[in-house]
Design a binder for this molecule. Sequence first.
Ligand code: URA
Length: 475
Amino acid sequence: MTPSRDLPLAEAFRISLAAPDDFDGWRDAARRMICADVSPDRVTWESPADQSADLFSRGNGRLPSPLVDAPQPRASRDFLQLAQSVILHSDTERFSLLYRTLWRLQSLPRLMEDKADSDVRRMEDFARQVRRDIHKMRAFVRFRILESGTGEHYVAWFEPEHHILRANAGFFTRRFTAMRWSILTPRGTLHWDGEALQEGPPATRADAPSGDPVEALWRGYFASIFNPARLKVGAMLKEMPRKYWKNMPEAALIPDLIAGAQAREAQMVKAGEQSFGERPPNLDAIGAAIQACRRCEIGCNGTRAVMGEGPVAGPLMIVGEQPGDTEEAQGRPFVGPAGQLLRTHLETAGIADNQAYVTNAVKHFKFVAQGKRRLHQTPTAREIDMCRWWLESERMLVQPRLVLALGASAARSLLGKTVSVQKVRGQPHVLDDGSELWITTHPSYLLRLPEQSRAAEEVKFANDLRTVATRLSEL
Ligand code: URA
């Protein structure tokens, strides 16, 4: 005798899932029902966000017992993969769509290959819409700064169409690891304190701040990267649909920028240049603008940008690669171990602190996390080239007569091409504004060398700095 014979003929089941994206709960319940031979029309599904509209829905919330001789349920890998996206859709029918498809798969193992099947098509549509929502959230979440007693807290308001908040949590914790942030949505909230993630209840728009200094930076940044020659209104609206504009400070600029685009393009063509907008008027403005720069991946990693420092209009500019772990933490260039070595050698060469403005080719710290440690990663040529806009803007304001590039990344930024440091060191290179560029190795390179070869390389480094000191006294 099998338990199914004990069931009333059409016993119904109502399954309450723990959360609207509770895939594991759905899968466990679905397996139990397949094993008990419960047809899809006998099941009602609900979750806290999808209360059954049918007040008289049948079922008492219990799960059926499996048939004694029930075979293992079959679910192809492509079904399971798709189902994990489908379950995030906001359509209340998604659970029953999934269960019906799973039920049918038991007798039609190749069902998922039938792209004309209406259930398969619907699953694929749902998954596509969910993927798009995930992407939009990653692209359009905009944090506002809240000052609290314990420092800066970044808060963003976003309205996802589907239940994607938890699915996107890993992305935001990886990208904004160093910040304390909250993402508030009508479907739930996420809170990251730099170490642990917590989930919270749904929020309303009124819970989120609406405007702060970062908004001005976003607007400034957006205006500066807006390239009228590249404007395609249709493509822009497709990528950034109007419904997201209300939470994006920079979107307020779009109508005016579009209106002015043709005139600006004509000006650019006349001037024969590619414009990223107005150069910031002073070093403070660059310092503020780089904080909001998201032109490349590094700018999006949640670290703080590090601005150059030193005398304005000093005779020498020293350019490193990028801030390191200590520099990012302190917000100042060359304050870690490489900086200490550099400063010792500058002093020995007779170059005083008040002669040198010190900065980097890349303004954000590129790293890979290894436990609690952040390991330096070399920026790509593309990332260096993207960031050149800021270094050039600094150079135009500081107007050094001499520039010293430390290592290959700095050399690339200043020359616009990759060179071998060992080949080009020890000789001057003339930059476009007539200033003189000298190239040497990076102090971090010296620190990484084994003991035996380090001494010889350090002598060469010291010689290069002495040459620069001599040139400074001659110019
Ligand atoms: N290395 C650099 O290139 N720059 C810094 O600011 C620190 C280390």
